[in-house]
Design a protein around this ligand. Structure first.
Ligand code: GDP
Ligand code: CA
Length: 314
């Protein structure tokens, strides 16, 4: 198992926590992460890729584990100064975090594609796994609320995901191309994992890049998804609320419905063991296991369970 090549579609916090366990049970150099860029934004003229950064910080030991994002021990001095001088500055960025965005922005301005800038940052930070953005092209998640359409961070951070989500659109997706290496990593992997990330705003924007959904579907038998919904609730964030307002069952069965063309197996929590039959009826192999990543042991065990669930024969 140690040298199996694993490709993981991941958002931010849930995806990164899963990856933390995975790189302890397989050689990190055999792991490729396809990350979400739908949350990207350009506050203060800097290019911020929140989900790629959460993966980078988590896997290189810098993460603020309590919050799940940002750098441990970071300070908001720059932000406070900006606010004191009259800026609204509603998007929180720590001082150390700002440094990363400055480095990324400089690379992009010099003409590097996001994938190359990400690779440079990852190497400088000591990441041993391969981190790829889904695309180098501009793709932005847009959220339809009762008050109209807003960009993702206005919905998520500024309005604290309080609005009902009536629709989701990925601006730029039609013209986007998969970043170099993405389709190859999906095709060549022994196992493809859909991390316990938000299906609508972390996984869907990755799949919206033309070619990626078909590449995952072509590997369906070897694709394992992990439910981010446990006992009808999201462990954090708006995934459960979105299932409801977008017309799906608010449960692991709802997640199975979303992933039925993509994944051959779905890991569901022990609390949802009774749903296994309905997951199976949707055509996915249900695997009942502990899916709550409370500590390092739980993260490793979840990674082992995901790898074991791959392959139609297992
Ligand atoms: P974001 O981009 O930071 O919002 O992060 P993700 O989309 O990667 O992860 C958010 C999702 O992770 C939420 O839907 C959570 O329910 C899920 N999640 C967080 N922690 C856990 C956990 O310990 N177990 C499982 N199964 N899901 C989790
Ligand atoms: Ca995110």
């Amino acid at each position: 198992m140690a040298d199996r090549r694993v490709t993981v579609l991941a958002g931010g916090v849930g995806g990164a926590r899963f990856l933390q366990g995975l790189i302890e049970v397989v050689d990190p150099s055999a792991v490729t992460i396809v990350g979400n860029v739908g949350d990207d934004l350009e506050p203060y003229g800097l290019h911020v890729s929140p989900d790629l950064d959460t993966v980078l910080y988590t896997l290189t030991g810098r993460i603020d584990a309590e919050k799940g994002w940002g750098v441990r021990g970071d300070t908001p001095r720059a932000l406070e100064q900006a606010r004191a001088l009259g800026a609204e500055a509603w998007f929180w960025l720590g001082d150390l975090d700002l440094g990363l965005h400055m480095a990324r922005t400089e690379m992009l301005r010099a003409g590097l594609p996001l994938s190359a800038a990400t690779a440079r940052l990852a190497a400088a930070m000591g990441l041993r796994a391969t981190l790829l953005p889904s695309t180098d092209d501009r793709l932005r998640t847009m959220i339809t609320t009762p008050a109209g359409e807003v960009d993702f961070q206005t919905y998520y951070v500024r309005r604290q995901h309080a609005d009902a989500v009536l629709g989701i659109r990925f601006d730029g997706a039609e013209a986007a191309r998969p970043a170099p290496g993405v389709l190859e990593a999906i095709a060549a992997a022994d196992v493809v994992v859909i991390a316990p990330s938000n299906p609508f705003i972390s996984i869907d924007p990755i799949l919206a890049v033309p070619g990626i959904r078909a590449a995952v579907e072509a590997r369906r038998d070897d694709v394992v998804a992990v439910s981010p919904i446990v006992a009808g609730k999201a462990l954090r964030g708006p995934a459960a609320a979105m299932l409801q307002t977008l017309g799906h069952e608010t449960s692991a069965v709802g997640v199975a419905g979303l992933y039925r063309s993509l994944a051959g197996a779905l890991l569901i929590d022990r609390e949802d063991a009774a749903a296994a039959g309905r997951v199976e009826a949707l055509g996915l192999r249900p695997r009942v296991t502990g899916t709550i990543m409370a500590d390092a042991d739980a993260k490793r065990a979840l990674a082992v369970a995901a790898l074991a669930a791959a392959g139609a024969g297992s």
